[in-house]
Design a protein around this ligand. Structure first.
Ligand code: AMP
Ligand code: MG
Length: 358
């Protein structure tokens, strides 16, 4: 693999000020960042990703220094260039969860560029928890617009090397290397722009139950019924490997899955199995076919999320013709992972035409 073009915070700052792109580490996934007030710079994000112009980006902002994090006026000053109105509930969420993996969608202020919001009247904002990116944001003073640093429809990057391998023809792309991402999946997105309770637009590691517990705020989970794909991650196909990815349910383990794998006698297949059931299921499935690669995976949703994209990238290196993953339990703790797996499965396979989102 090509060595990443690693950059220091100083180099990144210089590039952002000069209207160039910089890949930034966050606690969720790596972002492809540009000065959010420079439309030519933002335009390059869309070109490099191959992302349609109507898919809005998240504006990343600094957080106040530690001792001031709970002070409303500090946050209001940071948000005022971007938002027209900040509801009381949003301020409570900010004080509890920022910096962190929670994106809030506000009514936008007039000056926010259409290329950042996809022409919508709202703007998505987040303060990321990664210390290098916080340092960059503080020194820059403005907002950095960034989607995930992957090509349209593909797996989000969770390391500097992943970003480089997404854009092999752009060895000049600056990458601020902040190590592997702590959460490993994209932020929770809540719409706080309308009347009433915040609405969940994309599940992430901060769940509605965690929000209710910490703040007493009820979140409306209507992401699956929203008529318009306001959030790019809500398209059916997303986060997709080139290798065909199948989700199987526990009840299928003995028969349909076994039948499917025995119909693919020559294919090299990777079969992920919950670690507690690893030995048993490996034995059962081996009776139907040899030469399967069994990979035990954790039943802890947080660790699963952290490893998911890394695992998909590694399995997607070309040695397998199929990847089988067990459907996660139907509980809220697994919502974010299940959402990513379903989209990854829908968009998977060798043709890039299956992919409708990034
Ligand atoms: P990504 O980090 O690649 O998932 O891209 C940024 C995410 O933020 C996408 O899912 C966007 O659709 C979402 N987003 C950005 N702005 C808005 C907005 N105004 N309303 C709803 N979602 C937004
Ligand atoms: Mg993305």
């Amino acid at each position: 693999m090509v060595e990443p073009n690693l950059s220091s915070v100083n180099g990144a700052l210089h590039a952002i000020r000069a209207g160039k792109l910089v890949a930034i580490p966050t606690e969720t996934v790596y972002g492809l960042g540009a000065d959010a007030s420079n439309s030519e710079a933002v335009q390059q994000i869309y070109e490099l990703k191959g992302r349609p112009a109507d898919h809005p980006l998240i504006v990343h902002v600094q957080s106040p220094l530690d001792e001031n994090k709970t002070r409303e006026e500090e946050w209001l000053a940071i948000l005022s260039p971007w938002t027209r109105h900040i509801p009381e509930s949003a301020l409570i969420l900010i004080k509890h969860f920022w910096p962190g993996p929670l994106t809030l969608v506000f009514e936008k202020s007039k000056s926010v560029l259409d290329c950042v919001t996809g022409g919508q009247a709202t703007v998505a904002i987040r303060s990321p928890a990664h210390p290098l990116t916080q340092e960059l944001l503080r020194r820059f003073g403005g907002g950095i617009a960034a989607p995930s640093a992957n090509r349209y429809g593909r797996i989000s990057p969770t390391s500097a090397g992943d970003v480089q391998s997404e854009f092999p023809n752009h060895p000049d792309l600056l990458i601020l290397d902040g190590g592997p991402c702590e959460h490993g999946i994209e932020s929770t997105i809540l719409d706080v722009s309308g009347e009433g309770s915040p609405k969940l637009l994309r599940p992430g590691s901060i769940s509605p139950t965690m929000i209710k517990k910490a703040t007493g705020i009820d979140v409306v989970s209507n992401s699956r019924t929203a008529k318009q794909p306001r959030v790019s991650g809500t398209h059916l196909a997303h986060y997709a490997p080139h290798t065909a990815l199948y989700l199987y349910s526990q009840s299928e383990i003995e028969l349909p899955l076994a039948q499917l794998i025995s119909q693919l006698p020559k294919a090299q297949l990777a079969v992920l199995v919950w670690e507690q059931e690893h030995i048993h299921h490996s034995e059962v499935l081996k009776a139907y076919r040899n030469n399967l690669t069994f990979i035990p995976i954790t039943m802890d949703p947080i660790s699963f999320a952290r490893q998911l994209y890394r695992l998909l990238r590694d399995l997607d290196q070309g040695q397998y013709q199929g990847i089988f993953i067990p459907n996660p339990p139907n509980t809220e703790a697994w919502d974010a992972v299940r959402d990513r797996l379903q989209r990854a499965s829908f968009g998977s396979g060798p043709s890039s035409n299956n992919h409708v989102s990034n």
